[in-house]
Write a protein that binds this ligand. Structure first.
Ligand code: MAN
Length: 505
């Protein structure tokens, strides 16, 4: 071989050398020069012979000459890593001080290449890959399930918000109707007062009676509406009880021979099968509508008649007839002048006074109703403005309680309500920062502060209290699994949460 060819062969030999501990894409950095030299990667002024690479002696300050040994010290300032190819799995890097230390670090180098000198660690990448595939499949399914639960909460929250908006709209509609009614009553009052003061000749003297009739109808409507409201409340409570029983029916352990639970489940099943379909509760306005219409037609029909001199003889109500005979009886005991005075008194204007009083009462009642409805609307509107987290999700858990016995205490957590440790108040809900719920102003700790708690929410398929600790006296830290904390995870995120089960290798 000529000297030139020999040199070329040497150069080719030097460049194709595989350097242990270096990934394929960085192998080129270790190509020796034609004269068989190589220089430290971050300091080209330090020139070494190529065979000083991985000779277990640290020559370069950056440790680049020892990628496959632990010769260069691993310090806070100088981190040196060894590359494991992990064929069939993911390549990884391990700290160089773990290389050839006699320990198979399968959690990083499943191929056992970190112990290449002894060759004691057989390749376990197939086994690790199996675990990994199992883990990712399960994790993906769990995340999908948890996200489904979260979506349910999001739609529940949207429904709750919509119900609130609808309720506000309904109340506003009622308020509008009540305001119109109030305006009408005020003008009725004005008219009634005018006619009480100076009754006009051609005035429809039947009107007070008709107005009185309408007032009775209004009273009746208010009472019926109150009755319907309380009956709606009762239906809500029945629904809650039904939900509790449905939960019991679904989740009770049929293998556990508890006669009363079984009896209860059986009775509930019978109750469900006999339960009539839900029907809409009618609105009180619909019930009294025919009466109101009757009152209006009565007004126009009566306007065709004009009362007689004293009016009383042709007003066809029981009260007026009674009044007429009462006046007659009284007049027979009184001196003529007085009896004359009584006869001349217009009973309609007296009725007008009575009606004025009634209108005033109706105005008072209506104003009270308007005030309370206005307050109700502003409470709901304030609720609408309140922050319930992204997608309003906390609306879905308003009124939801999670209970669990942990250690010696039973903890009860009401999402937007409070937390109890047995009967001790740990705190009342105060804020939510998107990750944790804060509860403050709990009961006073003996020789310490008021109790308080932070509830960290982590992703899980259902609400479940996982742990409680007391980092400071009477200041509690809860970990709560809940779909609220779930989010879509990328494949990389799922992969990075994988932990090898070394006991299965
Ligand atoms: C109770 C519990 C504890 C708390 C002590 C403080 O025993 O509420 O969590 O640490 O009171 O005295």
């Amino acid at each position: 071989m000529t000297p030139v060819l020999a040199l070329l062969a040497l150069a080719t030999l030097a460049t194709s050398q595989h350097i242990v501990g270096v990934p394929p894409e960085k192998q080129y950095l270790y190509n020796a020069a034609a004269d068989g030299t190589w220089h430290c990667l971050s300091d080209p002024s330090i020139v070494l012979l190529a065979d000083q690479i991985n000779d277990n002696f640290c020559d370069c300050p950056d440790g680049s000459d020892e990628p496959g040994t632990n010769a260069c010290e691993f310090t806070d300032d100088h981190h040196h890593y060894f590359y494991c190819a992990n064929e069939g799995f993911f390549p990884r890097y391990i700290e160089n001080f773990k290389v050839n230390d006699g320990v198979c670090d399968y959690d990083v180098c499943c191929d056992g290449s970190d112990e290449y000198l002894s060759g004691e660690c057989e390749n376990k990448c197939d086994e690790v890959k199996k675990q990994f595939d199992e883990f990712t499949t399960n994790k993906e399914a769990a995340v999908a399930k948890a996200l489904e639960a979260k979506n349910d909460l999001v739609s529940k929250a949207a429904q709750a918000k919509l119900a609130l908006v609808t309720q506000i709209a309904k109340l506003k509609e009622k308020l509008k109707a009540d305001a119109d009614e109030l305006e009408k009553l005020n003008s009725d009052l004005e008219n009634a007062q005018l006619s009480a003061e100076e009754p006009e000749k051609d005035q429809n003297l039947w009107q007070p009676l008709v107005d009185e009739f309408h007032e009775h109808v209004n009273d009746a409507e208010q009472q019926i509406s109150g009755f319907f409201d309380s009956s709606k409340e009762n239906l809500k409570k029945i629904k809650q009880l039904e939900n509790m029983l449905a939960d019991l029916m679904e989740n009770y352990n049929p293998n556990f021979n508890d006669a009363s639970v079984k009896k209860c489940v059986k009775s509930f099943a019978e109750y469900l099968s006999n339960k009539p379909e839900d029907t809409e509760t009618p609105e009180s306005g619909h019930i009294v509508k025919p009466l109101t219409e009757f009152g209006n037609s009565l007004a126009s029909r009566l306007a065709l008649f004009s009362p007689g001199e004293a009016g009383i003889a042709i007003v066809p109500t029981f009260g007026n007839v009674l009044h007429h005979y009462y006046e007659q009886m009284i007049s027979s005991f009184k001196p003529v002048e007085i009896s004359k005075k009584v006869v001349l008194e217009n009973p309609i204007s007296r009725l007008t006074l009575k009606s004025t009083e009634k209108i005033r009462k109706a105005i008072d009642a209506l104003e009270k109703k308007i005030n309370s409805q206005t307050a109700e609307v502003s409470i709901y509107q304030e609720n609408l403005q309140r922050s319930y987290g992204a997608q309003d999700i906390l609306r879905a858990v308003e009124g939801v309680w999670v209970t669990k016995k942990i250690g010696e205490y039973t903890y009860k957590l009401g999402f937007l309500d409070s937390i109890y440790q047995d009967n001790t108040l740990v705190g009342r809900f105060s804020s939510y920062d998107g990750k944790s719920l804060k509860f403050t102003q709990g009961s006073k700790c003996w020789n310490g502060p008021l109790r308080s708690a932070e509830v960290e929410m982590v992703c899980g398929p259902k609400h479940d209290l996982m742990s409680v600790s007391e980092p400071e006296k009477c200041q509690y830290k809860f970990i709560l699994e809940t779909p609220i904390a779930c989010s879509l995870l990328s494949k990389d995120e799922i992969a990075s949460s994988f932990k090898i089960d070394l006991s299965r290798l």
